[in-house]
Structures are given as structure tokens and as C-alpha cells.
Write a protein that binds this ligand. Structure first.
Ligand SMILES: Cc1ncc(C[n+]2csc(CCOP(=O)(O)OP(=O)(O)O)c2C)c(N)n1
Ligand SMILES: CC(=O)[C@@H](O)[C@H](O)COP(=O)(O)O
Ligand SMILES: [Mg+2]
Length: 600
């Protein structure tokens, strides 16, 4: 939809139509809801003032980009948002060229804008990158790396700080407090404006030096002093729902030809009363009833996250040295329960995965037993810290890796595919995985006792069914669930065990099933023994094939000169798209009925 030539009244109508469409579709299909509702006026104003055909429009995380999608040729298709083979919930250039970059992980936007601005300067083009970033995303270190350079280079970039005083949960830390203080102190801005105009109107010619000094002194009480000290201009706070004020301000910012932060105050969930200003609950939602806000789908079985949280509460009650963190995902990881119960020992450190890992390394050194509760995809951010600060020191930090495997509708930016591959080669690391609720409890007890770094992975939602009783975890010990009369052996890892069991049930042969439990260290003795009994091995794991579970087994077989036929049912070398998990897995050919056919 072309908005550049529309009048203010028409633009207000556009905002209202967009809101109506978002509420209608998300209430039926689910999706990121309150962030995107709160960013409608800001997005429409961006499209009015900047030219999406040439200026890079950069959305941080991009979970707030639904209005952008609707404005850029996806009004009808919006029905398919986050559905299998439908529109992505995030910006995606392959989907539409108005989407400048893929995003899903937070706090990359200002770096992207700096890179774009450098390129624009080198190409001598007349384009201005415009960023939308939330206050929660301003808590990550990468933002300050980018601002540090931007303030120095003074390249033209407009950064709209969409401040709703919320992350997914309540915002954490000094930066958040600082931004809130600014929002609360709008009178500073008025005061500065008055003093500025007094200087301009009342100081005689020739006193410019004094005027300048006075203006500089004013900076000391300017709300955006932090940004101004970093070399960026700061405008705000403005009302992020007042279209006229936003448009006027963005026009000024665009024409300044230098880096500017426009600080806009918004209400998360704006336009849907039940969600307005609410924490967490309305951030990402399933289908709901618009009239009363009741969610229509209730979770059937207890999630692995909930089982993990209960088990960790028990451990923390038993052992005073148990501590833990989340990087801005308290309810998603279940650690909110622990923060509430043991506020002195469990922390939300904001979107700061690297800091989470390194600070817990130091706690381990001090004799505590830290649990870093984190999604597989976000642990990627802490990669160097895992090697350099945890594993090199062989510190007993536990990585409780949630959302391992396919996560569903978030898609390619969020799939938990890579953790085994990026952790397995790190010396000193122990990698294990439970197959069901009971073994998740056992794995946590094991991890508590582990003398070095240990990672446990478990899926989004509930585990699939497994009908075998379980025993305690012992370092590097697999569990043979059943022998078989055929020459085949199914090896499952984590949630892959239930897939192996289901496939075995569908197969006409009687097949042995091994729960590998540890991909590092492997149960070499048992694997050796099994290689003399079973010729055809099949590996089931919800993880990347390259560097994954089958790779680990092959490395061992190769080292020992053992010969079996090995087939991996892991993820191929490609990014996995979004959609309902079952459909995505079917698309990958990983459903038990498909696997049975492949085996035959
Ligand atoms: C690296 C990383 N860690 C965690 C997340 C999960 N996450 C998605 S949105 C979000 C909160 C962002 O808050 P804010 O930027 O203020 O946006 P709002 O939802 O309030 O509009 C978080 C923590 C993420 N996307 N990326
Ligand atoms: C945008 C983002 O990163 C999160 O909001 C994510 O969508 C959460 O996913 P879960 O629903 O798995 O917690
Ligand atoms: Mg926010």
C-alpha cells in the first residue's frame, strides 16, 4: 500500500485498518501480538517519511513487523502468517524485497544500519537506513558496539527507539531504568527547549561563546545524555502513537544527515484493551477469543520446560549452592518460578547471553552450581564464552538447553538444530539428553554432580511417549531399551528416542532400541558390543546431521575399525522453515510412517 501521498486523516485510517487486520488474523492463527500492535503508528510513519524502495528499513528482532508486511503487498497473504509454507513471522528478504534483512535474534539492527550506511557512503547514494528497536533489545551488548562506532563515524542513520517499558517479561537492568527515567522526565525536554529559545532570542550578538557554553551545560540535564555523549543526536521522548508528532519528528531526523535516536514512548498491545500494557501473556500467542481474550487451545501434556522447572526447584531446595540465570526468557525457560522463590539465587540478566555464560563461569569458580537455562538458538550467542570462560577452565556449569529441535512457527531463526554440533567438539564438555519426563529428572540430578561443564537438551512442548522404565544417569552410559531379533539397531538421542520407538512399532521386524543418553562421552563399550550383534544402525535425533549424533558414532566406529551400515535421521544441511512442528517434520520426511518406508 502506498502511503507517502496520503493525508494525516487517511494515514490514521490506515493505522486503524492495520490494527483490525492484525487482531483478526492473530486471534485465529496465533503469532507475535502485543509488540506489533504497539508499533503500528511508528511503522506507518516510517513508510510515510522514508522510502521503503530505497532506504533500508531495519527491524530489530522483527517480531513487531506485521504492519510493515501489511503495508508491503502482503495484506491477503497475511492470513498465512507463521503457517507452514505461509508468510514468515519475521522479516525475510526472500519473501518480499521490502524486507531488508532476516531477523529473529535481537539487537542486530544498529550494526546492520552501520554497515548499510558505510556502503551507502562508499557508493555515494542518497539513502538513509532507518531502524526500529525496542527498549528490551537495547539491553544487549551488540547495540553498544554498534553505537560506539556510529557515534564516531557520524553516518546518517535514524534509530527509532520503540520504548514500551517491556521486554517479553519486565525489563531488566540499568539501561532500562535509565530509559524509564527519561520517559518519566519529559519536563527536562520542555525545559531545555525553553532555555534554548531564551538563548536564541535574548542573547545579544557577540555572546555566542557564552550561549554555546550554556547550551553545553544544558546537555548535562538533557534526557538523552548517554546517547549524546556517544556522539548521537537524541530527540524525545515523543508519543509513539501520535502520528503527526512522529511524522514531524522523523522528517527532522531524516534531514539531519547524522545519527539520530528518536525516542518514542509506546504501549505494548495498543488497540486491544485486554492486552494493553500486559507483561508476557500477550507477547506471542496462540489463537484466542477476541471478545474476552481467552486462549482457545489449551496445552495437552506437561511441557518439558515445566518438568525441568519443577525438578530445578527441588534441586535448589536441596542444595543451597544451586544458582541460575535466564537471558530475558524467564517464563519461556520456566525459571520464572525460581526467580520468584529464590530471588537471591536466580536472575534474569536481560538479553545478554554472553554475559549470562561468563558471569556463571565465575560463580562456578566460587563453588556454586550454576544452571544456565536458555533456548538452543540463543545459546549460539554465547559460543565463545562457552569455550573460553567455561570449558577451558573445566567449570561445572550446567547448560539447560530448551527448545532443542524444531520449534515450530518461529522457524529458521529459532530452530534448535545446531547445539550438538557446536558443543560436541569442545574439550571437557559433557552432552546428554533425556527422552521423557522421568529421565529429565535423572539428567538434572546427574548434572548437579557433574565435575565439569554439562549440557542437557530437551524439546519445546511435551516429550513424545516412550514405554520403557528408566534408570539413573551415569557418565557416558547408554541404556539398551530392548534387544531385537532382526539385524537392525535403532539408536535414539533425547526426543529422538520416542521417534525410534514409534518407528519400531510400525515396522514388521523386531528391532533393538538403544537410548544413547550421552553423545559425549559415548558409551564405547556398549557400542562395540552392539556392533558385533547388529549390522544396520539407524540414528534418530532432533538435531543437525553435520557434527551431530550419527557423526559422533561414525567417528568412534572409524577409530575402532568397526564396520556397520549407519543411517542418520537427523536434519540435512539447510535452514528449516517455519510452521506447525508436525507438518515441518513431515516436510523433512522425519515422521515415523515415512521413516519406516525409508528403512524398508
Ligand atoms: C538474542 C536473543 N535473545 C532473546 C530473544 C527473545 N526475545 C524476543 S523479543 C524479546 C524482547 C524484546 O523486547 P523489546 O525489544 O523491548 O521489544 P517489544 O517486544 O517490547 O516490542 C526477547 C527477549 C531474541 N529474540 N534474541
Ligand atoms: C521473538 C522471539 O524470539 C520470542 O518471542 C520467541 O518467539 C519465543 O518463542 P517461544 O514461544 O518458543 O517461547
Ligand atoms: Mg519493549
Amino acid at each position: 500500500m502506498e502511503v507517502q501521498d496520503k493525508s494525516l486523516a487517511e494515514l490514521k485510517q490506515v493505522c486503524s485498518d492495520i490494527r483490525e487486520r492484525i487482531i483478526d488474523v492473530v486471534s485465529r492463527k496465533g503469532g507475535h501480538f502485543s509488540s506489533t500492535l504497539g508499533a503500528v503508528e511508528l511503522t506507518v510513519a516510517m513508510h510515510k517519511v522514508f522510502d521503503v524502495k530505497k532506504d533500508p528499513f531495519i527491524y530489530d528482532v522483527s517480531h513487531q513487523c506485521y504492519a510493515h508486511k501489511l503495508l508491503n503487498g502482503r495484506w491477503e497473504e497475511f492470513e498465512t502468517i507463521r503457517q507452514y509454507k505461509g508468510l514468515s513471522g519475521f522479516t525475510k528478504p526472500k519473501e518480499n524485497e521490502a524486507d531488508y534483512f532476516v531477523a529473529g535474534h535481537s539487537s542486530t539492527s544498529i550494526s546492520l544500519a552501520v554497515g548499510a550506511a558505510k556502503a551507502i557512503q562508499l557508493k555515494k547514494e542518497n539513502r538513509v537506513p532507518v531502524v526500529m528497536i525496542g527498549d528490551g533489545s537495547m539491553t544487549a551488548g551488540m547495540v553498544y558496539e554498534a553505537l560506539n562506532e556510529l557515534g564516531d563515524l557520524k553516518l546518517p542513520v535514524v534509530i527509532i527507539l520503540n520504548d514500551n517499558e517491556m521486554s517479553i517479561a519486565k525489563p531488566i537492568g540499568a539501561i532500562s531504568k535509565y530509559l524509564s527515567k527519561i520517559l518519566a522526565g519529559k519536563y527536562y525536554q520542555n525545559f531545555k527547549g525553553k532555555v534554548d529559545s531564551f538563548i536564541r532570542n535574548n542573547m545579544p550578538e557577540g555572546t555566542t561563546y557564552i550561549a554555546k557554553r550554556m547550551e553545553e551545560a544544558m546537555k548535562l540535564i538533557t534526557p538523552g545524555i548517554l546517547f549524546e555523549e556517544m556522539g548521537l543526536d537524541y530527540i524525545g521522548p515523543i508519543d509513539g502513537h501520535d502520528l503527526e508528532e512522529i511524522i514531524d519528528t522523523l522528517e527532522i531526523a531524516r534531514d539531519m544527515k547524522k545519527p539520530v535516536i528518536v525516542h518514542a514512548r509506546t504501549v505494548k498491545g495498543k488497540g486491544y484493551k485486554i492486552a494493553e500494557g500486559q507483561h508476557e501473556h500477550w507477547h506471542g500467542v496462540g489463537p484466542f477469543n477476541v471478545e474476552d481474550g481467552e486462549f482457545t487451545k489449551k496445552a495437552a501434556a506437561k511441557s518439558a520446560t515445566a518438568v525441568f522447572a519443577d525438578a530445578l526447584v527441588e534441586l535448589a531446595e536441596k542444595h543451597e549452592n544451586v544458582v541460575g540465570v535466564t537471558a530475558a526468557m524467564p517464563s519461556g525457560t520456566g525459571i520464572d518460578k525460581l526467580i520468584e522463590k529464590f530471588p537471591q539465587r536466580f536472575w534474569d540478566v536481560a538479553i545478554a547471553e554472553q554475559h549470562a555464560v561468563t558471569s556463571m563461569a565465575a560463580m562456578a569458580k566460587e563453588g556454586f552450581k550454576p544452571f544456565i537455562t536458555i533456548y538452543s538458538t540463543f545459546l549460539q550467542r554465547g559460543f565463545d564464552q562457552i569455550i573460553h570462560d567455561v570449558c577451558l577452565m573445566k567449570l561445572p556449569v550446567v547448560f539447560a538447553i530448551d527448545r532443542a529441535g524444531i520449534v515450530g512457527n518461529d522457524g529458521e531463526t529459532h530452530q534448535g538444530a545446531f547445539d550438538i554440533s557446536y558443543l560436541r567438539f569442545i574439550p571437557n564438555m559433557i552432552l546428554c539428553a533425556p527422552r521423557d519426563n522421568e529421565t529429565l529428572n535423572h539428567s538434572l540430578e546427574f548434572a548437579y554432580e557433574a565435575k565439569g561443564p554439562c549440557a542437557i537438551r530437551y524439546p519445546r512442548g511435551a516429550f513424545g511417549e516412550v514405554d520403557f522404565p528408566s534408570s539413573k544417569f551415569e557418565l557416558g552410559k547408554a541404556e539398551l531399551l530392548k534387544e531385537g531379533t532382526s539385524k537392525k539397531l535403532f539408536i535414539g538421542y533425547g526426543a529422538g528416542v520416542s521417534r525410534a520407538c514409534q518407528t519400531e512399532k510400525l515396522h514388521e521386524e523386531d528391532i533393538a532400541i538403544l537410548d544413547l543418553r550421552f553423545v559425549k562421552p559415548l558409551d564405547e563399550t556398549l557400542l562395540k558390543e552392539l556392533s558385533s550383534k547388529y549390522d544396520d544402525w539407524y540414528v534418530f535425533s532432533d538435531s543437525q546431521k553435520q557434527g551431530g549424533v550419527a557423526s559422533a558414532i561414525l567417528e568412534f566406529l572409524n577409530k575402532e575399525n568397526l564396520c556397520v551400515n549407519l543411517t542418520s535421521f537427523e536434519y540435512e544441511d539447510e535452514f528449516i522453515q517455519h510452521g506447525d512442528t508436525k507438518l515441518v517434520e513431515e516436510g523433512l520426511g522425519l515422521h515415523p510412517h515415512q521413516l519406516v518406508e525409508k528403512i524398508k
